[in-house]
Every structure is written in C-alpha cells, then in structure tokens.
Ligand binder design. Structure first.
Ligand code: IVH
Length: 667
C-alpha cells in the first residue's frame, strides 16, 4: 500500500476503532464481535509499524501502553484541583444548606436545586484536550500540581482520545477500578505469589502511577466524569455534565437533581444500602448547588468550593483487639498472616479474622499482638485492619513474629526476596495439598459444586484423597464417604455426580485448575487455544510458549518447569486416565486437505465472513493466524486487502482468491 493510501486507511481504522471503543466501554452496546475489533486493531498496528511516521500519538494503539518512562513530569493545574468539605450525618448536611442560604441571603422558603452524585472512591484526574486531542492526563497531586500520567491515561478505554471540540477543554473526574476487576487482579497476583492489593482504590492508584503504561493497560481502569474546568458557558452543573456526555465522556447514570435539601437527604438514604450493589466502591454522596450562577456567587474557600459538600456514610469501621496472629499456608506455599480478633459486628456481619497480607504490611502499620485496631469491611471485600489505635497501647503488646517453620508441616520456611513473601518449600505440605485441591474445584476452575474447604479437608484427613486426581476415584469409595459424619447418601451422591460432570469441563478450565504458577483464567484460555490438548501442552517447549501472544518468558518458564516435574506429570496422567482431558473447543475436523498449512485471510470475502472462513480452514487441518509472516503458507485475499497483501507479496507467500481457497477443500 502506498503512503497516501496507508494514511487514509490509518485514519479510517483509528476513527472506527475509537467508535467501537465508545460503544463497548461507555455505552455498553457493542456492535461487532471482539474478533472483528481485534482484527481492525491488528491491521492498524501493522500499518503503523510499516509507516511509523504516520502513527499519531493519540492512535488507539496507544491504549495497550507505551515503552516505560524514567519518571513522571510535573503538571501544574491551570485551575487548582480542590477538595470537598465533608458532612458527617444528616444534621451536617442541613447545616450545609443553611450556610449556602446565609451566604446567598436566600430565605428558607426559596428552594435551592441540588445535584446529587455518588462519591466514587478512586483518584481525581484532570484531562486536557487541545484542538480536539487528548494532550495531558494528570493526577491531582497536592491540588496545585500533579503528575503527568498521559500514557497511562490513554490506556483507559472509556476516556476519549479525540473529542469533537476544537477549543481547549479540561475535563475532571475520578479514575477507579471495579470490584470485579480488583478481585481478578488480586487473584492473578496471588497466583503469581505477589502480595495482593488491600482495596480497589489502592490498586487503582498503584496502576495509574506505573512508569510502564503496559502494566496499566492490563488493569481495566474506568472513569466517571464530574466536571469541566472553567465551564462558565453552562447554566447548570447538570448541563455541563450533559455536554461532557455528548462529547463521549462517561457520566454516572445515577446522578439526580433534587429541588431542595430534603430531596438530597432522601437520595443519601436511598443509596446507603443500594450502593453495595454497584460494581464499584462509593464512600458517600456529593451534593452540588446545580445553578452555575449561584456556584460563582458562592465561590471557594482556599480548600474547597462553598457550593458543594461530600456527605459521608456512617463509618463501616469498628475497633477490636488482636488476640493472636496465625499464618495460613496457600496453594503455592506462601504464608499469609491472619489477625485473629475479638469478634465484632461490621455492617451486620460478625468479623473475627482479617488478612494482614504480608510482613511488609505488618511493618508498615506497626501491628502487634494485643493491639486495638480499626477494622473495616468494604463491599464484599474481606475485612481488613486499617490502622492501630496507638493511644490504646499499654506496652504489653508483642511484635508479630514470622514463624521459622511452616505452621502445618514444620519445614523451615524460605523467604522470596523479590516479594514480601515467606514460603513453605515443602510441596507435600498438607496445607498446600488441600489448597491445591480447593483451587482445582473452584468456581473459575473445574467448578465442582458442593465441595467446600471443610469437606476437602475432611476427605484429605481421612486419606480418601491426596490430590485432585483422586476425586475421580471417589465413586469407588462411596460407602466410606457416606459414613463420614454429617455426609449421608444424598450429599455424597450429589458430590459424586458433580465430580463426574466436571469431566466435560473445557480444556481452558482444566489448564487453569492445574494451578501452574502465573497461569490463571486468561492463561488457560490462551494455552487451550494454542495447543488444543493437554498432551500437546505438556510437550510444549519454552520457545513455542513465548511465541503465544500474551504469554511472557516468566510464565513460559513456569509452565515448562511444572510439566518437567515428574510428580506433576504423574498427576496429569492420572487425571487423563480418569477421562479428565479437558474438552477442546477446537472445531470438529472435516478433512485433512490443509494439514501443515498456515493461512491468513484478508479483505472482504463473499461467501462467508473471515472468521467463518478461518474456522473452516482449521476444520480442514490448517493453522490460521492474524498476520503474514515467513511461516504463512497461503494468503487468501478478498477485495480491500491492504498491508497483508503487500507483505505476502514481499515475502513471496502465495496469494489465493476466495474461489481458489474453496477449491482446495473441494467446496
Ligand atoms: S466534585 C472542587 N464529584 O472526592 C472539587 N468529586 O473528597 C470537585 N470525588 O477530590 C469535586 N466522586 O476526587 C466530585 N461525584 C464527585 C466525586 C468526587 C468522587 C472525589 C474527588 C475529590 C474528592 C473530594
């Protein structure tokens, strides 16, 4: 493709990809399958690689991150990013309304319209657009100046890279992480033996302040808009938000205008419980005078606007005492400290244990046995110790000691110098064995229901199972299971049926269930797709693994190390002997005419779309890939073919028409 054509195509693809980003990430209304999106994205990336000078700094390809920075530059805010005054309790909210009235000399009878918004628990950021393009994304910092984190901001797919407004515009809002994404990230970190994040906010902050934006890109940060700096042209705050929405920014749908402060009180009451149903954390409600003219009259103190207030929900924190710290041994042998506390109620749930995460966390918070501590429950997240109440110290408190030996199997522990983790190195440690089985049956793995931690432990202690492969031999031990206290035949049969049914679990889940370090849900999917069977995965060499898009060298090393261990080989073979092979989602074979060939499809096909053609090729034994390389044996090109056709011609790869392709398989 010549330069001029490439330029046009790059622009066309960029626009189209961003339109689909918006449909998917902001409107939640995708119009095309993911594969189609991926293909456009790949085509754009290829074109940019061929014509680096045509790649815009605001290309959608920037959403996957850019090479790491050495340090962040400082960004001075054009207008200070202020904080908000808090209102604790309903009286303080009423007092806010009275303050506003006094300042405006407005009688009580005259209603004031307020805009009620959820207060999102994330980080404030500022987005500057120049000539319609995102120029700077910066953190709040001290309010006067923050850090320029533009490459990281560009990875947030809800934030437009271009807007339809040429004048300089600064949009402000909150970057946050959904609860579900937070859990996914922590699961992944635990799998990799890294210490988990304490809560979504910390995780969002850590993700946004990465010098390597490719790491940020792997965490699905999200954004809610709360204002436009300046914004004098708008009559109301709501009109300002509507304008932002029309420009493509995500605006929280739960914002609501009320006619007076009692309406605001109703809003706060209504969301007190409802907010826990949301997939993101909120810590209150922000109440703003809606009229921009009144806002201007009210102005600012030196720390906050007089026209807004943050209503904070009553604390979900309580204090209690730490009786002792125990150490839990995980699947990978990592020891996690757990605070055993005097039971207290937090939001209707009695809490007596909380994870202390790791040694660093204990040191940072200076937690000692006997300490009075503040404990909180955030959403469904496990309870955590927020801080020590230092004033309650008696001098009798004891420092937390990391045990020299595994509390379960007594093997001397080892320290992982890279992370703040202490590990039990004994693979046969009963705690690890039980946790491995627990992981295997988990909802994201083989999903064997009715098999909680307690039963796994019981069966293990009774010697009925030593590892997950033994589950599939349990049907022969039905009598022994039934005789267990509290089991009975109903429960036993349900368990056995569920175990039997799990034999049809897809390959990707079986791979994930094995518990190979660094291989989670996503890894399972990639490996299942690439190898199609457990047998082939077991034979995979490190180079083959690294060649898979999404598998890094460290993961590849973990995978080969896992299968090199004879105990794992034996375990997997026993699974397979029981018929647990992982059902491959590979298409049914239809013939072998294309065996050993690697096809790439490009351009528009007439008889079917590209995905269908690819699947067809695979059913006849071919491999299909998205880009042309020296391994490509055939390119099938329809009208509109571009860079791939060029590349194929350059490499001397045979190019087929659609008809010629169908002829090869006799269709
Ligand atoms: S308005 C002049 N609206 O809360 C300040 N802030 O405690 C304008 N926040 O720094 C802020 N949700 O990071 C506003 N709906 C919302 C918000 C919100 C969360 C954060 C924001 C601010 C902090 C103040």
């Amino acid at each position: 493709m010549d330069r001029e054509a490439a330029k046009i195509r790059i622009e066309e693809l960029s626009k189209e990809i961003e339109r689909h980003n918006y449909l998917y990430h902001v409107l939640d209304r995708p119009e095309i399958p993911d594969a189609e999106y991926d293909r456009m994205f790949r085509e754009l990336a290829e074109l940019e690689a061929e014509h680096p000078d045509l790649a815009s700094p605001n290309s959608p390809t920037q959403r996957i991150g850019a090479p790491p920075l050495k340090a962040f530059a400082t960004h001075r805010h054009r207008e200070a990013m202020l904080s908000l005054d808090n209102a604790f309790g309903e009286e303080e909210l009423v007092a806010f309304d009275q303050r506003v009235r006094r300042f405006l000399s407005m009688p009580t009878e005259q209603p004031i319209e307020y805009l009620c918004e959820l207060k999102i628990d994330g980080l404030a950021i500022s987005l500057t657009y120049q000539e319609g393009a995102l120029a700077v994304g910066a953190t709040r910092g001290d309010g006067e100046q923050g850090e320029d984190v533009t490459p990281n901001i560009k990875t947030i797919r809800q934030i437009p890279l271009h807007i339809n407004e040429a004048a300089m515009l600064e949009v402000r809002g909150e970057v946050y992480l959904s609860r579900s994404e937070f859990r996914r990230i922590n699961r992944e970190r635990e799998e990799a033996g890294e210490p988990p994040f304490a809560n979504p906010r910390n995780c969002a902050a850590g993700s946004l302040r990465q010098l390597d934006s490719r790491i940020t890109a792997r965490r699905q940060l999200r954004f809610w808009t709360y204002g436009i700096a300046g914004g004098d042209q708008f009559a109301t705050h709501m009109a300002m938000l509507e304008h932002a929405r029309a420009l493509g920014f995500p605006v929280n749908p739960h914002s609501q205008i009320v006619t007076d402060i009692s309406g605001a009180l109703d809003y706060c009451r209504a969301w007190q419980d409802r907010r826990h149903e949301l997939d993101y954390e909120t810590d209150g409600v922000v109440i703003k005078v809606n009229n921009r003219g009144l806002q201007r009259e009210l102005g600012f103190t030196n720390r906050a606007p007089r026209w807004a207030v943050a209503f904070k929900y009553p604390s979900e924190q309580v204090t209690t005492r730490i009786r002792e710290v125990t150490w839990q041994v995980g699947r990978t042998g990592a020891l996690t400290p757990v605070a055993e506390m005097e039971p207290v109620e937090v939001r209707g749930v009695v809490v007596s244990r909380a994870t202390l995460h790791n040694e660093d966390e204990i040191r940072r918070k200076d937690i000692r046995v006997g300490d009075t501590v503040v404990v909180q429950r955030a959403g469904e997240v496990i309870p955590e110790v927020v801080e020590v109440v230092l004033s309650a110290r008696t001098g009798q408190e004891q420092p937390v000691r990391t045990p020299p030996n595994c509390p379960v199997c007594d093997t001397p522990v080892q320290r992982d110098p890279q992370y703040a983790v202490v590990k039990c190195p004994n693979r046969d440690c009963p705690a690890q064995a039980v946790e491995r089985i627990h992981h295997f049956v988990g909802r994201n793995a083989m999903n064997i229901e009715g098999f909680g931690a307690k039963w796994i432990k019981r069966l293990f202690e009774e010697g009925l199972i030593r590892d997950a492969a033994d589950l599939y031999a349990l049907s022969e031990k039905r009598d022994q299971i039934i005789s267990l206290d509290r089991m009975g035949d109903k429960l036993a049969d349900r368990l056995l049926t569920n175990i039997e049914e799990s034999k049809t679990a897809p390959l990707e889940r079986l791979i994930m269930a094995l518990g190979i370090p660094m291989v989670g849900e996503q890894g399972g999917r990639l490996l299942a797709q690439a190898f199609g069977s457990l047998d082939r995965l077991m034979q995979a060499r490190e180079e083959e693994l690294i060649a898979i898009d999404g598998v890094g060298p460290e993961t590849a090393r973990e995978i080969t190390a896992y299968f090199a261990d004879y105990r794992n080989q034996e375990f997997v073979q026993r699974l397979m002997r029981h018929g647990v092979v992982g059902i491959s989602s590979k298409p049914e074979p239809a013939g072998n005419q294309l065996e050993g060939l690697t096809f790439v499809f490009t351009g528009t096909l007439e008889r079917m779309d590209r995905e269908e053609a690819e699947e067809l090729a695979r059913r006849y034994g071919a491999k299909t890939t998205g880009s042309v390389s020296k391994n490509t044996t055939h390119l099938v090109a329809g009208p509109g073919a571009g860079s791939k056709l060029l590349k194929a011609q350059e490499l001397g790869v045979p190019v087929l028409t659609e008809q010629e392709f169908f002829a090869m398989i006799g269709l």
